[in-house]
Design a protein around this ligand. Structure first.
Ligand SMILES: *Cc1c(COP(=O)(O)O)cnc(C)c1O
Length: 379
């Protein structure tokens, strides 16, 4: 038992009563979901909560974005330090009740861009399919806190047929991002049926699965899942690692199964105050991902979701971090810094400005070493 971090002994007792092999149980993803912490009392048993955390947890138990952490992910939390970067991602805080100017319930205007139930269309060649409202954990900075965890569950069959019919009528959409909620929170059969339905649309070239499961429930990535999904390639997996502490041996195993299974794996990190807004943290994370054959794809400025002001950084912070990393990190380890503009107007890449001066045919550039270089256009 002690080999599995964060599994409370009461959980092991419950597993024994179900006649499951005790040592194996926490390695079973369904066991992890059944034993997820969803109440203030459960959280108090595992961690010494600060007054602000307790107030946040009490609030989350009553309304809004629910409280939910898998025993596995809870095991990564420092039980005595409220500043722990893992803890800040999943333990609610009293500041979730505060409103910040500019906050929105639906910062990306997804409801307004819904073209069929569960299908969001904001870019000409891409669409986003919300497969379920369930996740293995509820991240306190969730962009879709307005709708996840409501207990609706998987997208109903009729809605899926509607989404697939819309895709069939829009051959310009070649890339479908399956998100939610977390699509990997669905059972393998159900997920495979959903992916097969999307794959059956001839104009869909690429399907992406956007999931935090390799981070918070890595045992869910097993050979059966890979076997079920492989026939539907090209399938890309978009993971969501935010901190190097999340790159555990279990997560490493999950990523290896995916990459070996032929899934290109990309990572989207959300920039979070007090979690990963330091160059050394991001450097360790991006290097760790590349070592595991995962490409850091986006570093995302946090969306202005209601009740997340305490987790957001100013825009200039992300730009300064990118500047610190540029030149120090291999190009394959450097993600793009992205701001998803409020109102669903689309993503904008941001970065340090390396252009010092412009004249016709002549541009003065600053390199990462601080050297200024003149570049001449062809005549
Ligand atoms: C972010 C997003 C995409 C995908 O954007 P990429 O830049 O291609 O990764 C597609 N649709 C919606 C609605 C999105 O929010």
């Amino acid at each position: 038992m002690s080999a599995v971090p964060g599994v409370p002994s009461s959980g092991a007792g419950r597993a024994r009563r179900r006649h499951l092999p005790v040592a194996a149980a926490p390695r079973d993803w369904r066991w992890q979901l059944r034993h997820a912490t969803t109440t203030v009392a459960g959280l108090e048993r595992a961690l010494a909560l600060s007054a602000d955390e307790r107030a946040g947890a009490v609030r989350a138990e009553r309304a809004g974005l629910p409280l939910r952490v898998t025993p596995y992910y809870l095991g990564l939390v420092d039980p005595s330090d409220p500043r722990c970067p893992i803890r800040r991602q999943v333990v609610p805080h009293a500041a979730e009740a505060l409103a910040t100017p500019g906050d929105l319930a639906d910062p990306l205007g997804e409801a307004a861009h819904e073209v069929a139930p569960g299908l969001v269309h904001r870019y000409p060649d891409r669409a986003l399919l919300l497969a379920t409202d369930q996740c293995a954990i509820y991240c306190r900075f969730c962009t879709r806190s307005r709708m996840v965890g409501g207990g609706v569950g998987a997208l109903p069959g009729a809605a899926l047929r509607g989404a697939v019919a819309w895709l069939g009528g829009h051959p310009e959409v070649r890339d479908v991002i399956v998100s939610g909620g977390d699509p990997l929170a669905l059972g393998t059969d159900r997920l495979e049926r959903l992916v097969a339905a999307v794959r059956a649309v001839p104009s869909v070239e690429v399907i992406r699965l956007a999931t935090r499961v390799p981070v918070c429930l890595p045992m869910r990535v097993d050979r059966a899942l890979v076997r079920a999904l492989r026939p539907h390639h090209p399938l890309w997996v978009m993971t969501h690692f935010n901190h190097p502490k999340e790159l555990t041996p279990e997560a490493t195993r999950a990523l290896a199964l995916l990459v070996d299974g032929g899934f290109p794996v990309m990572n989207q990190t959300v920039l979070l105050a007090g979690v990963n807004d330091a160059a050394a943290t991001l450097e360790a994370l991006f290097r760790g991902l590349v070592r595991r054959r995962v490409r850091p794809y986006y570093l995302m400025q946090m969306d202005p979701v209601s009740g997340t002001g305490h987790l957001r950084t100013p825009l200039a912070r992300g730009v300064a971090l990118m500047e610190a990393l540029q030149g120090r990190l291999s190009g394959i380890a450097l993600p793009k810094l992205i701001v998803d503009t409020p109102g669903g107007m689309g993503k904008v890449p941001l970065g340090p400005d390396y252009v010092v001066a412009r004249a016709p045919g002549r541009t003065r550039l600053r390199t990462h070493r601080g050297v200024e270089v003149e570049y001449l256009d062809p005549a």
